[in-house]
Write a protein that binds this ligand. Structure first.
Ligand code: ZN
Length: 456
C-alpha cells in the first residue's frame, strides 16, 4: 500500500502520546466511573477532525462514545474498541509521578490507565482520524467505540450496548485489549493475539458448624473446617485441558526455544502427563503460574468471613472462590469437584453462584487474524503472531456473544517484558513507553486499512 509510506508515523505517535497524557489527567476511577469527561474529550477531538460522534448513556455520567466512518463500497465493519474507566489508584504516594498526572517523563507516559487501557483509546483515536484525514477510499465501515464500566463488569458499557444498541455496535470484526504484548523466546519475538478468554465462576461456599464458648474448643468449628477445605481446594489440580489455539501458542514458542526449553513446553503438551511446571519452565518466557492458569481450570479462595466476637465459636463460615475454567470444562464439573473434596473431608457445604460467564472465543482462521499476523511479520521483521489465551476477561465477550469476531491486540513495544508489564497493570506506577504509542498507531492503522481494503 503506497499511501502508508506517506504517513508520518512518528508524528502520529506523538499525537497519541498527547491524547493519552490528556486522557490520563481525567479521573475515571471506577467506581464511580465518571467517564463523561473522557467521552467529551474524545468527542471534541473527533469534531476537530470533522467526524460526528454520539454519546450513549444508560445512566447520566456513564458515557460511551461511538463514531463511524462509512466506506464507499460494501464490506465488513471493523470496530476499534476500548474502555475509558480505570481501577482505583489506591496508593498515590507510592507513585513516582501522580496517578492522574499523565506525566511524560523518562520515555514513558505515567498514570492509572496508561496500559489498561487509555493508551489503546489514544492509538485507536489517531487511527480513526487518519482514515478521515487521508480521505481514504475503503469498503465497509470503521467504528470507534470507547466504553464505560469495563472494570466493574460492563453493565453501563459494553454489556449494555450489546443489548440496548446492538445494531450500532454489531460488527464483523472487533479489535480490543487482551493481547498485543510481545513475548520473547530465545531472541524471537511473538506478538500475542488474544483469541480466547477463560470462563468465570464466582462462588460463595458456606460451611456450617456449632456455636460455643471460645474457651472450650470443640470439633465442629466451621472456621477450622473451612481452613482444611480451603487448603485442599487450593492444592487441587483440575485436569489439564489445552485449547487448540493455545496448543499453537505453545508449539510456536517451543520451536523458537530449541532443544532445552522446547522440551519443557512439549512436556506440557503431552497428553495425560502431569509435569512440575516450576522447575520445567526456567529459562522460558512463561512462568509456572501463567502456564498453570493457561492449561487448567483454577479456583482461588479470595474472601472469607466468620465470627463476630473473640470468645465465641461461630456457627458458620463463608468463603468466596474465584474459579476460571478452560474451554471444554463446565461449571457443573467444578461444583462436583468441590462437593467431592468436601465430602472426602466429611464437611457439608452449600454453594451459591455469585457470578458466571462462559468461555469466550473467536476462531483464528479468519481474515482479520491473518491480517494481524501478516502485519506483525511485515512491520517487525523476525517477529511473528501467536494466538493467546487470556485468563481474565475483557469486553470482547459481549461482542462475541452478538456474533462479532473479536481479538485482543493492543500492540506494545519490546521495551518491557510481558512479566514486567503484567506487574504494572492495576498496580502502582502504571506506565507505557512512548515508542509503544507510535508502534501501536502504525500497526492498528495498517491492519484497519488492509481489513477495509483502503486506498488513497
Ligand atoms: Zn482493561
Amino acid at each position: 500500500m503506497s499511501m502508508a509510506t506517506e504517513i508520518h508515523w512518528k508524528k502520529c505517535g506523538e499525537e497519541a502520546v498527547q491524547i493519552l497524557s490528556e486522557l490520563l489527567q481525567i479521573d475515571t476511577t471506577n467506581p464511580p466511573g465518571n467517564e463523561r469527561p473522557a467521552a467529551e474529550y474524545l468527542q471534541k477531538f473527533l469534531k476537530k477532525e470533522g467526524i460526528p460522534s454520539e454519546v450513549l448513556e444508560r445512566e447520566a455520567g456513564r458515557s460511551n462514545l461511538l463514531a463511524r466512518l462509512k466506506g464507499s463500497k460494501p464490506g465488513p465493519k471493523l470496530l476499534l474498541l476500548s474502555h475509558t474507566d480505570v481501577v482505583p489508584a489506591t496508593n498515590p504516594k507510592n507513585w513516582k509521578y501522580p496517578p492522574f498526572s499523565g506525566a511524560v517523563k523518562e520515555g514513558y507516559v505515567w498514570g492509572r490507565g496508561a496500559l489498561d487501557m487509555k493508551s489503546m483509546t489514544a492509538m485507536e483515536a489517531v487511527t480513526f482520524a487518519l482514515f478521515k484525514r487521508m480521505n481514504l477510499d475503503f469498503a465497509g465501515e470503521l467504528i470507534f467505540l470507547a466504553v464505560a464500566d469495563e472494570e466493574k463488569g460492563g453493565n453501563y458499557g459494553a454489556a449494555w450496548l450489546a443489548e440496548a444498541h446492538r445494531d450500532k455496535v454489531k460488527a464483523e470484526y472487533v479489535i480490543n485489549e487482551g493481547g498485543g504484548m510481545p513475548l520473547e523466546a530465545n531472541g524471537k519475538v511473538f506478538y500475542t493475539i488474544e483469541t480466547i478468554e477463560k470462563g468465570l465462576w464466582w462462588a460463595r461456599v458456606k460451611v456450617k458448624g456449632t456455636a460455643g464458648h471460645g474457651s472450650m474448643p470443640h470439633d465442629d468449628n466451621p472456621l477450622v473446617k473451612s481452613a482444611r477445605l480451603i487448603d485442599r481446594i487450593a492444592q487441587h489440580k483440575f485436569p489439564k485441558m489445552i485449547a487448540p489455539s493455545l496448543r499453537t501458542f505453545f508449539e510456536k514458542i517451543s520451536t523458537a526455544l530449541g532443544s532445552q526449553g522446547g522440551k519443557a513446553i512439549q512436556a506440557i503438551l503431552a497428553d495425560g502427563k502431569e509435569v512440575d511446571l516450576k522447575s520445567l519452565l526456567v529459562g522460558t518466557p512463561i512462568n509456572s503460574y501463567m502456564a498453570n492458569a493457561f492449561i487448567r481450570t483454577t479456583c482461588s479462595p479470595n474472601m472469607i468471613q466468620a465470627g463476630l466476637k473473640e470468645n465465641v465459636i461461630p456457627d458458620a463460615c463463608e468463603f468466596v472462590l474465584d474459579c476460571r475454567f478452560v474451554p471444554g470444562f463446565s461449571r457443573k464439573e467444578i461444583e462436583e469437584t468441590l462437593q467431592s473434596i468436601a465430602k472426602d473431608l466429611g464437611i457439608e457445604v452449600e454453594i451459591e453462584t455469585l457470578q458466571f460467564h462462559d468461555v469466550s472465543e473467536s476462531p483464528s482462521n479468519t481474515d482479520l487474524y491473518k491480517i494481524i499476523e501478516e502485519t506483525v511479520r511485515e512491520e517487525l521483521p523476525g517477529a511473528d503472531g501467536v494466538p493467546y489465551l487470556m485468563t481474565g476477561a475483557t469486553d470482547s465477550r459481549f461482542l462475541r456473544e452478538i456474533g462479532s469476531i473479536a481479538y485482543g491486540f493492543q500492540p506494545l513495544s519490546t521495551k518491557m517484558s510481558l512479566a514486567e508489564r503484567s506487574k504494572l497493570i492495576h498496580n502502582d506506577n502504571e506506565r507505557i513507553d512512548v515508542h509503544s504509542l507510535e508502534l501501536g498507531v502504525k500497526l492498528l492503522s495498517k491492519i484497519a486499512m488492509k481489513t477495509l481494503k483502503a486506498r488513497a
